[in-house]
Write a protein that binds this ligand. Structure first.
Ligand SMILES: NC(=O)c1ccc[n+]([C@@H]2O[C@H](COP(=O)([O-])OP(=O)(O)OC[C@H]3O[C@@H](n4cnc5c(N)ncnc54)[C@H](OP(=O)(O)O)[C@@H]3O)[C@@H](O)[C@H]2O)c1
Length: 315
């Protein structure tokens, strides 16, 4: 993990709450607009309205999308298909469009020096918003480490989650304040390798789905009915995930590697010969576990290393 700049601030402390209220009173951001009315925008925009921000307008490719979100935000919010109209009536504009559309949409708007323009992509740096800086405005990023699967606004999904923020001052500070107002926890992304940062988020969120898929295939190969896999394995997945959130990783780990149970791991690898791809996945993930500070007896550790880490091992 990159170190140094990424300090998480806890919005729930009285000091952070006080700083938010003082900041809100003195804030220079008068009006917030959205270009993009999808899943992220729905929850973020309603969260901002609930935190006391004034959302002026929402643009989307299809007027119906903009209308649906504007209606959820309040009677004064203007729906439009014109991104330039959002810029006209807002000083802070979120480009909450898909990653591939951020730069083209940004280049299509006549920005001015008064604009702060923010994207919500974890993978893209601020260079995606070069058109804003060229026009004398300030570019920024606000990236919630959360998944928003639906267009129904769910601002509660933001509460307690960490949000990366980036931007030259005063925008960086304004975004941190905004995150606090949303009930989330800001940390700075300045200087962070965004591809690796985003790969970390993808690994923990998307790859859990890949693990569930692999476990389902193993389940079926074992002879059990496929349709029972999700119901039977989900409680295990949820318990493991809760443990990861509550304790050190080495303490959260249970199972044969944590116990130094070499014979069980050998048995798994032998049985996994039925599907070499699943066996390699099992081996790679188990080898990652050996990086944890586990209390294993030296003989068991060295045998597990031979089994799991030696890519040139004899089959
Ligand atoms: N969803 C998440 O879980 C999540 C989490 C963290 C960060 N993010 C980030 O949030 C951003 C938006 O993602 P999303 O999941 O909310 O996307 P989404 O649900 O697909 O919504 C995208 C919105 O942008 C509009 N749009 C697409 N192309 C456009 C264009 N060329 N001009 C104007 N509007 C356009 C769409 O319009 P129509 O509806 O009219 O077609 C839609 O309203 C991305 O940068 C993503 O990385 C998303």
């Amino acid at each position: 993990m990159a170190s140094g700049t990424a300090v998480v601030q806890d919005p729930l402390t009285p000091d952070a709450r006080r700083a938010f209220l003082v900041g809100m009173k003195n804030r220079t951001v008068a009006a917030v607009g959205f270009v993009g009315a999808g899943r992220l925008a729905a929850s973020l925009a309603l969260g901002l309205v609930e935190a006391g921000y004034r959302v002026t307008s929402v643009a989307s490719r299809q007027l119906d999308s903009a209308r649906a979100l504007a209606a959820a935000l309040g009677p004064d919010v203007e729906p439009t298909t014109d991104a330039a109209r959002v810029a006209e009536v807002s000083s802070m504009v979120f480009l909450s469009v898909p990653d591939a559309a951020i730069t083209p949409v940004c280049q299509s708007v006549p920005w001015e020096t008064r604009h702060r323009v923010v994207h919500c992509s974890g993978a893209l740096g601020l260079d995606a918003l070069d058109a804003v800086t060229r026009a004398g405005g300030i570019a920024g990023c606000l990236h919630p480490l959360q998944s928003f699967p639906s267009r129904s606004p769910e601002p509660e999904r933001l509460r307690g989650v960490c949000c990366g923020v980036e931007g030259a001052e005063p925008l960086g500070g304004e975004l941190a304040l905004m995150v606090t107002g949303l009930g989330a926890r800001p940390f700075r992304l300045d200087g962070v390798d965004r591809r690796l940062y985003h790969a970390a988020a993808v690994t923990v969120s998307n790859h859990v789905v890949a693990l569930a898929s692999a476990a389902g295939r193993l389940w079926a190969l074992s002879g059990l009915p496929e349709q029972l896999a999700r119901e039977a394995l989900s409680p295990l997945l949820q318990a493991a995930s809760a443990n990861v959130g509550q304790m050190e990783l080495a303490a959260a780990l249970t199972g044969p590697v944590a116990r130094g149970d070499v014979a069980t791991v050998e048995g798994h690898l032998l049985a996994l010969a039925v599907d070499p791809e699943l066996r390699e996945l099992y081996r790679a993930l188990s080898a990652e576990l050996l990086r944890l500070p586990l209390s294993l007896e030296a003989g068991a550790l060295s045998r597990l290393r031979e089994l799991l880490e030696d890519v040139h091992r004899a089959e």
